[in-house]
Design a protein around this ligand. Structure first.
Ligand code: NAP
Length: 258
């Protein structure tokens, strides 16, 4: 049996178990996806126990995405750059960290079929998801790249690492007027604060998949559901060595597949 799962604390309602269960069934794999709520102080003990029971790997969510790096013996290049992991793999004595959020966001943007290279981009948020988004935005070679965050110090650190400009979250108005894409990587709904100031033809991507999206004239509104599926698909492949049944995983979450 392939043992996988997700570790976080507190572990809020997560769609990942539904998606992975459907994927195991579709591929005829005898697999389980456990929901493991673990406080930061007990993380090492839980990782050791997962290894003992032969766990193949787990997804990692808050608050462990950055702190867990301490316990890993190897890191993928992307996870190293982003400084955050969302997937780990137990490989003999190694504990390997990956950041499949990066692949998830890259695929979401790619599937929109909108030209996003050399554009004006604003990232709001500098937590685990913000770090993955900063990596993806830098790869788009943006014309301008602003990063805002409630804790300005964190915005400044991330901006320094990804050659962006940190701005105060209370001073978004002026960059918003010329922004082509805003990515909200915070855990709060910013639609009402941000979209009224965005220009027509621009794109608002909210990595959160739970906020119901309002219609905004001339602005393409996208949530993080596609990203969730794609990051999960990549994790599934890392654990099983098999191609993930993406359409099945989308269907399990009520996403129309193309
Ligand atoms: P995180 O590491 O805890 O970071 C949270 C971010 O939200 C930080 O930038 C934090 O700012 C900001 N924030 C929290 N409360 C705020 C408030 N009241 N006002 C302004 N900013 C606030 O969480 P995360 O993992 O990066 O997740 C962020 C979002 O991305 C969540 O909505 C999550 O669901 C989503 N996400 C989606 C996917 C997907 O696959 N679609 C994957 C990962 C994450 P401070 O630094 O100032 O605290």
């Amino acid at each position: 049996m392939i043992i996988t799962g997700i570790i976080g604390y507190p572990l809020d309602m997560t769609l990942s178990p539904r998606m992975h269960k459907a994927a195991f069934e579709a591929k005829n794999i005898n697999g389980v996806y456990l929901e493991i709520s673990v406080e930061p102080a007990r993380i090492k003990e839980v990782l050791d126990s997962l290894r003992v029971i032969g766990c193949r790997g787990v997804n990692v969510t808050n608050p462990h995405k950055e702190t867990l790096l301490l316990f890993l013996t190897k890191l993928s290049e992307e996870a190293k750059m982003a400084g955050a992991v969302n997937t780990i793999v137990f490989d003999n004595d190694d504990l390997i960290g990956y950041n499949t959020d990066i692949f998830g966001l890259e695929t979401l943007l790619h599937n929109l079929k909108i030209e996003l290279h050399e554009r004006n981009i604003l990232l709001i948020g500098a937590g685990g998801a913000g770090r993955a988004a900063a990596y993806v935005i830098r790869s788009l070679n943006p014309k301008t790249f602003y990063i805002a965050n409630r804790n300005f110090q964190k915005a400044r650190q991330l901006a320094q690492q990804f050659d962006a400009t940190a701005i105060n979250i209370s001073k978004l108005h002026s960059p918003l007027l010329t922004t082509d894409m805003v990515i909200n990587a915070t855990s709060v709904d910013l639609q009402d604060d941000v979209t009224p100031f965005m220009q027509r033809g621009s794109l608002y991507v909210d990595l959160n998949y739970k906020f119901p999206h309002k219609k905004r004239d001339g602005i393409t509104m996208v949530n993080g559901l596609e990203m969730l599926v794609q990051q999960g698909a990549r994790s599934f492949s890392l654990w099983t060595g098999e191609e993930a049944p993406v359409d099945v995983m989308k269907k399990a979450l009520g996403l129309n597949h193309d």
